[in-house]
Design a binder for this molecule. Structure first.
Ligand SMILES: [Mn+2]
Length: 337
């Protein structure tokens, strides 16, 4: 069930979680595959908070971390397994939008007596004993801040940096509409007197590697326009990755070069994966609900940004997805569109 900040229901959940957090000694946290700033930021913020109180907190992370966020303090302490003999009082499931997306990682959930699920995505079903699911929050880091604030404990610089990066990246550096008065209020408290925002900005947005630039160049050079430019699409094959030496994370954000083209309503990026599946990223400029479209292919996400994974060759998958998007765009305008 979704709860909104501020409110009595929200407060009740925060208090339940604070109780569990303050009484736990051994904790772990887990997030969706391929960490982004919010997933890793929320894990590391919890890690630093726990450490400052002498608690043991293991951050589970299984995939390579993108350079943009791997500099965060504590990243090098992430582990890809839990010690077999250790008992855990509490687990935090950060941004665990769907059990299905977690794959085998779901087997870690029962290792803790109590599980707290924090998420801000749309239509998430709680997987915890205690859930705090707030679709109005900018990020999971914002939800976690609301919990940590309630403890009354002063947050360390490392903890505040991790929360800052989560809110910053999920709001597109405070450009998106999820940059609410509340998220700015939290940011003000996170900055306090010592957080160096321009250093963080440079590390997150102005440092890139050669492979990433080349991959983004390939995506841009291949851009195709369909339906009078309402759809723009591009693709990356396994051969592109092999030839350039780029990793999957280097393609992150490449879709932005497509979605900013004037007249575009839906941008699509198709990527061949090592597992033989084709990963499709959808971005809408506002009129089209791309979450609905990606659901046709068992995907999900947000109204304006979503994804799915399909079987088939890249050509077949492109045809199928482009047909579905075209069908939506060619429908006569509804009153609510
Ligand atoms: Mn998030």
């Amino acid at each position: 069930m979704n709860v909104s900040w501020p409110g009595a229901d929200y407060d009740r959940q925060v208090e339940l979680i604070c109780d569990q957090l303050m009484n736990a000694q051994n904790l772990f946290c887990i997030a969706h595959p391929f960490s982004d700033g919010d997933a890793l930021g929320s894990q590391l913020a919890l890690y630093h908070f726990c450490r400052s109180l002498g608690k043991n907190c293991i951050c589970l992370s299984f995939d390579p971390l993108p350079d943009q966020i791997s500099w965060l303090s504590g990243s090098d302490q992430c582990q890809n397994d839990l010690p077999a003999e250790m008992q855990f009082d509490l687990a935090f499931l950060m941004e665990t939008t769907e059990a299905r997306r977690m794959g085998d990682r779901i087997s870690y959930f029962p290792r803790a007596k109590t599980r707290v699920h924090l998420d801000h995505h749309v239509g998430v079903v709680g997987l915890g004993n205690i859930n705090l699911l707030d679709e109005g929050a900018s990020s999971t880091c914002e939800i976690l801040y609301n919990i940590l604030e309630r403890t009354g404990i002063k947050l360390s610089l490392e903890c505040r940096e991790a929360l800052y990066v989560g809110i910053m990246t999920d709001t597109g550096n405070f450009r998106y509409n999820n940059s609410t008065p509340r998220s700015h209020e939290i940011i003000a408290r996170l900055i306090d007197n010592d957080l160096v925002v321009d250093d963080i900005y440079k590390k997150v947005y102005e440092q890139t590697n050669y492979n990433r630039v080349v991959m983004h160049g390939i995506v841009m050079a291949r851009t195709r326009r369909l339906l009078n430019g309402k759809i723009v699409a591009s693709w990356l094959t396994l051969e592109d990755f092999a030839r350039t030496g780029a990793a999957e994370v280097d393609a992150d954000g490449a879709i932005r070069h497509l979605s900013c083209i004037t007249g575009n309503e839906v941008a699509l990026l198709f990527k061949e994966g090592e597992d033989g599946k084709i990963k499709v990223s959808f971005r809408s400029t506002g009129n089209v609900d791309v979450m609905e479209i990606s659901r046709q292919f068992n995907g999900g996400g947000h109204r304006l940004a979503s994804g799915a994974q399909l079987d088939g060759s890249i050509e077949e998958v492109m045809d199928r997805v482009i047909s579905s998007v075209s069908a939506v765009l060619e429908k006569p305008l509804q009153g609510d569109r």
